[in-house]
Design a protein around this ligand. Structure first.
Ligand SMILES: NC(=O)c1ccc[n+]([C@@H]2O[C@H](COP(=O)([O-])OP(=O)(O)OC[C@H]3O[C@@H](n4cnc5c(N)ncnc54)[C@H](O)[C@@H]3O)[C@@H](O)[C@H]2O)c1
Length: 425
């Protein structure tokens, strides 16, 4: 691998001249992220992250730029890489670099370049790490274990990362405390549901421009992300079929009016497939064998292993990119199957990721978790920690306030009533 390293500077981006375009995108995001902007104002006065060196590995989008610049305004030093080879918005990366942020990310990186970029961010010996699917933390643990001793703590953004970090903690392999940003109401129930739901459909439409109405839309995994995709696809008139391995999740899908079936059966009737499980090999060779001519297949789970593209390749005569982010696989039997964004996160590769409004809450959780780690990380047990429940309510309250929505408050009598076990009929 040869990287034309931008020697003597603290960034490696696709094209620094894109900075002004990226800056406009960031301005747009700021105007839709009032919670983040209020935290920026408060913590730039407090300088809550003063002295902290934060290595981040998270999709380089306009919303992430708002997080990066909020961290810097609060006194933190950052060094950043993208957490997916196809999700970096090059203009945003350029805008961050132009403002002096240390950043190593460009769209279309190879896997080798991806890890090179992570290693570059570790050169400044971080005191905190911020992850989206734990590739940075794994890099510290597996390739640079000497750095762990001076890292106070880390944060993790997504479901797949939290699963793996909990497994590491169970096995005693985790070397510093981590906060599970994903597992909080204001992230999991909003970002994963409404953010992934809308932006995944956005990605499918940008890559294909198909009519959703009347299509059989097969969603694998009816969890947070999958239920959001189902909701938005059905809103556009698609007939939603979900596949599941968990009975309660399947039952929810059924009571929400969707059909549940095995992927073995859905494969033969689906027009559009989206995987949202966090699991590997959800769509494999035997499914491709029965798919309709023209079926569209994509993924919105974190890693690109949900659709087994090696199996598809084995059955393929020829491949061509027929539209941006849309590859046509012509099979040996003449059927055509369309794969979006190479099986990587369709919402980030083919669209812009989640809308700013929803990332406002996720990144408020990220930012406040970094502040918590800076203040009390040294005293935290080395395990995966949840976010305090009051943080959820504070963030949701600020968000509602900025939307001009008022809430009722419990009276003193009502507060006493809820614990009153002498009261009955
Ligand atoms: N695209 C994005 O921007 C984005 C945003 C958030 C999360 N994610 C990722 O999406 C994935 C799902 O996250 P989530 O929060 O919805 O998780 P979740 O745990 O809420 O839902 C996953 C669901 O998939 C089901 N499942 C697991 N294996 C399956 C299989 N083989 N077949 C069918 N169903 C199966 C599970 O039972 C579960 O209900 C994770 O990888 C997460 O990191 C992506």
């Amino acid at each position: 691998m040869e990287i034309m390293e931008n020697k003597g500077s603290n960034y490696q981006v696709a094209d620094i001249s894109l900075a002004s375009k990226g800056r406009m995108k960031i301005d747009w995001a700021e105007s839709r992220m009032p919670v983040m902007m209020s935290l920026r104002e408060e913590h730039s006065k407090l300088q809550s992250l003063n002295g902290m060196r934060i290595a981040g590995c998270l999709h380089v989008t306009k919303e992430t730029a708002v997080l990066v610049e909020t961290i810097r305004a609060a006194g933190g030093d950052v060094s950043w890489s993208g957490c997916n080879p196809l999700s970096t918005q090059d203009d945003v990366a350029a805008a961050l670099a132009a403002k002096g942020a240390s950043i190593y990310a460009w769209h279309g990186m190879s896997v080798e370049e991806f890890y090179w970029a992570i290693d570059k961010t570790l050169e400044f010996k971080p005191t905190l790490t911020l992850d989206d699917s734990a590739d940075l933390i794994f890099s510290v643990h597996n390739r640079h274990p000497e750095l762990a001793a001076t890292i106070i703590g880390g944060t993790e953004e997504t479901t797949t990362g939290v699963h793996r970090l909990r497994a590491m903690a169970r096995d005693g392999a985790l070397k510093y405390p981590v906060i599970a940003v994903n597992d909080t109401e204001t992230k999991w129930d909003f970002d994963n549901v409404f953010g992934t739901g809308q932006s995944s459909i956005d990605g499918i439409l940008r890559a294909t421009s198909v009519l959703m109405a009347g299509k059989n839309f097969v969603v694998a995994g009816y969890g947070h992300c999958g239920s959001g995709c189902a909701l938005r696809a059905s809103g556009l008139g698609a007939h939603v079929i979900a596949t599941e391995v968990k009975p309660t999740a399947a039952l929810k899908a059924v009571l929400n009016g969707y059909q549940i079936m095995k992927m073995d059966d859905a494969a033969a009737i689906g027009d559009i497939f989206i995987t949202a499980t966090g699991m590997k090999d959800v769509i494999v060779g035997r499914h491709f064998d029965v798919m309709r001519d023209g079926a569209i297949v994509c993924n919105t789970g974190h890693y690109d292993c949900e659709i087994n593209l090696a199996d598809l390749q084995q059955r393929t005569e020829s491949v061509r990119e027929i539209r941006s982010n849309c590859e046509e696989y012509t099979l040996k039997d003449g059927r055509r199957i369309y794969v979006l964004a190479k099986g990587r996160l369709v919402n980030l590769a083919a669209a812009e990721g989640h809308p700013s409004e929803v990332m406002d809450m996720s990144f408020a959780n990220q930012f406040l978790s970094l502040v918590r780690l800076a203040r009390e990380g040294k005293d935290l047990e080395v395990t995966v920690h949840d976010i305090p429940e009051d943080q959820d309510q504070i963030i949701a309250g600020i968000k509602l306030g900025t939307m001009g929505m008022a809430l009722d408050e419990l009276t003193a009598e009502q507060i006493a009533y809820q614990d009153d076990y002498s009261a009955g009929t």
